[in-house]
Design a protein around this ligand. Sequence first.
Ligand code: ACM
Ligand code: ZN
Length: 446
Amino acid sequence: MKAYSVIPEPVSFRIFSDSPVFTLTDALTLEGTDRAEGCFQELLSFIKDVFCVEVLSCGKEKIRMEISGEGASEGYSLKVERDRIILTGNDEKGLFYAVQTLKQLLFQSEGSLPAMEITDYPRFSVRGFMLDCGRYFFTVDAVKQFIDMMALHKLNEFHWHLSEDQGFRCQLEDKLLLTEIGSYRSHTNFNSIPHEGYYTKADMLDVINYAHSKYIKVIPEIDSPGHVMAMLAAYPELACFPRDFSVSTFWGVKHDVLCIGKESTIDFMKEVYGELAEIFTDGVIHLGGDEVPTVRWKSCPDCQRLMKEKGMKDESDLHTDYLDTIGPFLQEKGIEVRMWNDRVKENMTDKSLTWQLWNGEMKKEEVVKELNSGRKFVLSCSDYFYLDLPYARTSLEKAYDFDYEAEGLTAKGEKNILGIEACLWTEFVPDMLTADKMTYPRLAAM
Ligand code: ACM
Ligand code: ZN
């Protein structure tokens, strides 16, 4: 019996016959709910692109698409019987995933399928992919290619890393200098050629609409209070010690970060995230919050004054205070707030802020303690999920084998693990050719 692979591996998958019972032809009867219109179009364009078959008329072979309105969200079943295929989504998303599975199967079978039955639903509600467009700018078309591949693998969150020391990519009408100055670097770590690019509001809406057509949420990230050299180049007054800053040309953690002690910095960042929240309406915003050195804060009169006023013991409390100020500002608008998690400190940031775990240095017991206390996590454990790491370190097999249980993350707070996300950081990924090599097939494995 020929073996078939479906990614991700379905909850249940049975094959009942050796020989095909269904074969694609140009005379195919499509029937089912009106809500399946988009799914039919998706399937027909796949059939046309891959098999050069344009479905012209109704015939004996049938594909039926339905929505049951029952069962786990995003779940579906797929049945191949004599001369017919029945796709049933528990909801619209589920039907869309049934179509992705059918595409995967048809692709492997050259258009003929044996009798089979698949039932599937997700283990995690968050299945994400992050693209760092801060280090290197990727065009809207390139971003859409990633979104296509995400959809094929039933991933449902595109985390768009839009700012870095090396570039600010998201045009904000209220703060045009951020992109006018911050989107250009004089040279890169690869060569002495300038690099630039940013997304207009129309570009971002185009990406958002495209992602939505594939049931993918878009989660924007403007990283702060660290990784802000491009912002400081545009608005130096946001720093503890304002002077001429340049957009970084080389990667690495920088000492200059936002001055938390100045009220004006906080107001500025509320305006930045406020405008971001108007463009990106999927209800999740990422604040960044990773890799923040405290060296400037230690000698900044404004930061030291705030520490004294609030009775803070050390500079890392300023970091917490910042996230605990901006976070609730967005939460009041009904937004789920995410942030990178580099380290854990007792009571660091409000428990309602979701942490994206990336750093292997965080002790397992501490993660479990946080989970049990109600903190929600997205797992991006770098050794498994960082697509920029060389294959020699994170092999395909390793990317496939990640298991949070084996990592010791089972806990009574296990339900607080929202899901997983793979990240393509682009310090060393200047173009699509490199991006594809690093991303696939490890993203599929995740
Ligand atoms: C990170 O890798 N700095 C989130
Ligand atoms: Zn300061």
